[in-house]
Design a protein around this ligand. Structure first.
Ligand code: GDP
Ligand code: IMO
Ligand code: MG
Length: 424
């Protein structure tokens, strides 16, 4: 059967983990194909909260095969901690597989991420400082270390020595930082490699075989469309392709395998890190949404910036991902805050109205959101279990989002747990 893809359509943290966990109950295979432990995906099940960074959100189902594809970057220490943490809570990781082509985040990547941000001064990206950008830089430069290398000690020692000594030169002479203990790192990471070797398998082959056996395959996006290195708010983006197309290169399957593409959005907008955010609310309403929605980063704990729903961004996401449907989470957060605003276009100082998200930040900086205001609602909707049960004002808000985004809303979230998801 054709595969299903779930992607974030704003700046990340849209509730992808929850949607994946719900859809994974019917999936045989769940695949992560880009990003690393910059991601933080929350799954709530049976009163327990799981925060996953690298391991696919299908891991709570013991029969589901969880795959991490070639397009990801893996911090061996973090993934082992995550595996140990899950096992300690009674979750088996026997069905986890990692592609040998995935790149390894080394301590020098983390060091350079921090030093690079400090050097940018006031114009820093606001990265998660997990070494993501520097690791993808080495991949593109063709000097990176891969999982295959990590699990082959002789190969690893030689390649890591070369890479580490070169990075030490960069760290000390360019960034003015402290040299790292390369030999110590090699010893430590060789041990991680030994522990990870049992999980290594060709994810492209496993995914292809599952698709040929007509199994239910689900792709879990990390980050979000506006953080895509090409289609996002460059340079305030991550270094991978969170778009639906990214699952093909990041797993090693062809686009013809994909049937359904679900974009996950919040009923409003949030962003962590720096960069443009046209509908941002730097006022009491922004604080209210942040506090009600508990908008603090899953990975770094940073307060998330908050703002109204932006349909210009959503139309961009519908186009660049080829979305077949939307899941709109956190509608419950908007209860009792008064009328709701939806940004339907941007207007420049000279009066020009933009309906499409502009490519340049300079043009975006001149844009003001054009809002349509709709009636809000005061009811507690967290116990609604069908779309029909929602108050009329909620239904009107969702129908309006559908109209201005040009995409059907197939799921509505009214709370963080599995049961609080209304399928239409
Ligand atoms: P992800 O990175 O896209 O998986 O999202 P995160 O887990 O970083 O952030 C989403 C947060 O919203 C998590 O704390 C979820 O438990 C929570 N969440 C998801 N859907 C809903 C919803 O419909 N209502 C509420 N109140 N919380 C939700
Ligand atoms: P999930 O999968 C929200 C943001 C960072 C920063 C920018 C670049 O949980 O939705 P990086 O460390 O990737 O070089 O940082 O991207 N960012 C995220 N924001 N959710 C995420 O993942 C993110 N992953 C990266 O805050 O602005
Ligand atoms: Mg997150």
């Amino acid at each position: 059967m054709p595969a299903r893809v779930v992607v974030g359509v704003q700046w990340g943290d849209e509730g992808k983990g929850k949607i994946i966990d719900i859809l994974a109950s019917r999936a045989d295979v769940v695949v992560r194909s880009q990003g690393g432990n910059n991601a933080g995906h929350t799954v709530e099940s049976g009163g327990e909260v799981y925060k996953l960074h690298l391991i696919p959100s299908g891991i709570l189902y013991p029969e589901t095969l969880c795959l991490i594809g070639c397009g990801t970057v893996i911090d061996p220490k973090v993934i082992l901690e995550e595996i140990d943490g899950l096992i300690a809570r009674g979750i088996t990781c026997e069905n986890l597989r990692i592609d040998p082509r995935a790149h390894v985040i080394m301590p020098w990547h983390i060091e350079i991420d921090g030093l690079g941000e400090a050097l940018r001064g006031g114009s820093e990206i606001g990265t998660t400082r997990r070494g993501i950008g520097p690791c993808y830089m080495d991949k593109a430069e063709r000097s990176g270390l891969r999982i295959y290398d990590l699990v082959h000690p002789e190969v690893f020692a030689e390649k890591a020595k070369l890479a580490g000594e070169l990075k030490n030169k960069l760290i000390t002479s360019y960034y003015g930082g402290e040299a790292l203990d390369v030999d110590g790192i090699i010893r430590e990471y060789t041990e991680y490699g030994k522990r990870l070797s049992k999980y290594v398998a060709d994810v492209s082959v496993l995914t292809f075989e599952a698709l040929r056996e007509n199994k239910n395959v689900l792709f879990e996006g990390a980050q979000g469309t506006l953080l895509d290195i090409d289609m996002g708010t460059y340079p305030f983006v991550t270094s991978s392709h969170p778009l639906s197309a990214g699952v093909c290169t990041g797993t090693g399957i062809g686009p013809t395998e994909i049937g359904e593409i679900i974009g996950v959005a919040k009923a409003y907008t949030t962003r962590v890190g720096k960069g443009p955010f046209p509908t941002e609310l730097n006022d009491e309403m922004g604080d209210l949404i942040r506090n009600r929605g508990h908008e603090f980063g899953t990975t770094t704990g940073r307060p998330r910036r908050t703002g109204w729903f932006d349909a210009v961004i959503l139309r961009h996401a519908v186009r660049v991902n080829g979305l077949t449907g939307l899941a709109v989470n956190k509608l419950d957060t908007l209860s009792g805050i008064g009328n709701l605003k939806i940004c339907v276009a941007y207007q420049k100082a000279d009066g020009t109205v933009l309906k499409d998200y502009p490519a340049s930040l300079e043009e975006l900086a001149q844009c003001q959101p054009v809002y349509e205001e709709v009636a809000g609602f005061d009811e507690d909707i967290s116990s609604c279990r069908s779309f029909e049960e929602l108050p009329e004002a909620c239904k009107r808000y969702i129908n309006k989002l559908e109209e201005v985004c040009g995409c059907p809303v197939k799921m509505v979230g009214v709370g963080p747990s599995r049961e609080q998801n209304l399928e239409r």
